[in-house]
Design a protein around this ligand. Structure first.
Ligand SMILES: *[C@@H]1O[C@H](CO)[C@@H](O)[C@H](O)[C@H]1NC(C)=O
Ligand SMILES: *[C@@H]1O[C@H](CO)[C@@H](O)[C@H](O)[C@H]1NC(C)=O
Ligand SMILES: *[C@@H]1O[C@H](CO)[C@@H](O)[C@H](O)[C@H]1NC(C)=O
Ligand SMILES: *[C@@H]1O[C@H](CO)[C@@H](O)[C@H](O)[C@H]1NC(C)=O
Length: 300
């Protein structure tokens, strides 16, 4: 009987291709080696990093947009759009804050919210940050790739301001049906709060695969700490209570604002020192990328 053998081979091949894309749940390996390095592509048109990590990719562009809410203000926001053929994924990667003016304006403006099309209210500053980049060219780049590769996953990521832009961007893209919820993978590293409880309650339906990674005592995921401003994180928290060295463990907290993960750290200990050292900082692509042997992706 040849059939079972053929079937086993087919299953094996299927498993291989499924494994080569995003895992069904968060893994350190996927975050550290596959997605975290892509945050380095958020502020540049250079594909050096992609070249260290992947065999085949197409890069659209890095879009830089003014995103200041003050008239003639200097703040800019940025993000890159590209496709990783190896992983069958379209990627949107958002840049963090630039300079003290931006950080001060963010910190002072977060009481100001606007309605979110998918439900709830979100930070005016952060939503405008995403929309500025999206409308400035990222949307066109994304749609071009989506038409070319309709079955690809959509990975949305960023660090710090880029993390919250990824949160609001991924939920926006789902709410407006640019991609279906099952295709979207959201990895927010160190992002501050983006929306209220009503928005956070919508996240599991809009983007079921949504994680936010928090390093140790990092201050930023607690922003804004003004309780009157009423923010709630969406997505599942992954908390590393350590230096995020290779092999370090992490805790997963599924409940919103769980007291068992980073909220267990007393406010007096929150620090900016842990903000720039996710996965130990440094040249993430050189450090963590492992190029897999070139494969021929399926076209099924
Ligand atoms: C990347 O290229 C685009 C299109 O040429 C340009 O508008 C953008 O400013 C460039 N980004 C950077 C960071 O140089
Ligand atoms: C943010 O604003 C609070 C007051 O609401 C202030 O105590 C804190 O120092 C500010 N942080 C930064 C980084 O500007
Ligand atoms: C959202 O904000 C609008 C004003 O922009 C307000 O009328 C509404 O009550 C808010 N919704 C929630 C759920 O807070
Ligand atoms: C985090 O790690 C510290 C030691 O570095 C430990 O004292 C603390 O209990 C840990 N917190 C949790 C919630 O596990």
């Amino acid at each position: 009987m040849q059939l079972p053998r053929v079937l086993a081979v087919v299953l094996l091949i299927c498993r291989f291709f499924v494994d080569s894309r995003a895992p069904p749940k968060y893994t350190d390996e996927f975050a550290r080696r596959k997605v975290w390095p892509l945050c380095a592509e958020s502020s540049t048109n250079s594909t050096r990093c992609l070249g260290l990590c992947y065999n085949k990719y197409e890069f659209a562009e890095n879009v830089v947009a003014n995103c200041d809410l003050e008239p003639n203000g200097p703040d800019t926001c940025a993000g890159s759009t590209f496709v990783i053929i190896d992983e069958e994924a379209i990627v949107l990667s958002f840049r963090g804050s630039y300079g003290s003016h931006q950080v001060t304006e963010e910190n002072g403006s977060l009481g100001d919210k606007v309605p979110f099309p998918g439900g709830g209210n979100v930070s005016h500053y952060f939503y405008n940050a995403f929309l500025s980049v999206w409308n400035r060219g990222m949307k066109d780049d994304f749609l071009r790739f989506k038409n070319k590769y309709p079955n690809y996953e959509v990975w949305v990521t960023g660090h710090s301001l880029g993390g919250v832009m990824a949160d609001l961007g991924a939920t926006h893209i789902s709410a407006l049906k640019f991609a279906t919820p099952d295709k979207i993978k959201l990895l927010n590293f160190a992002g501050p709060h983006g929306g209220d409880q009503a928005w956070a309650d919508r996240v599991p339906a809009l983007v079921p695969w949504a994680y936010r990674v928090v390093h140790h005592w990092d201050y930023v995921p607690h922003i804004p700490d003004n309780p009157n401003w009423q923010y709630t994180h969406g997505g599942i928290e992954i908390w590393y209570n350590n230096t995020m060295a290779l092999g370090d463990d992490y805790k997963e907290c599924d409940a919103q604002e769980s007291p068992d993960c980073s909220n267990s750290v007393p406010k007096k200990d929150w620090t900016w020192n842990d903000h720039g050292s996710y996965f130990e900082g440094g040249d993430s692509c050189k450090k963590w990328c492992v190029k897999t042997a070139a494969t021929t992706p399926t076209s099924q």
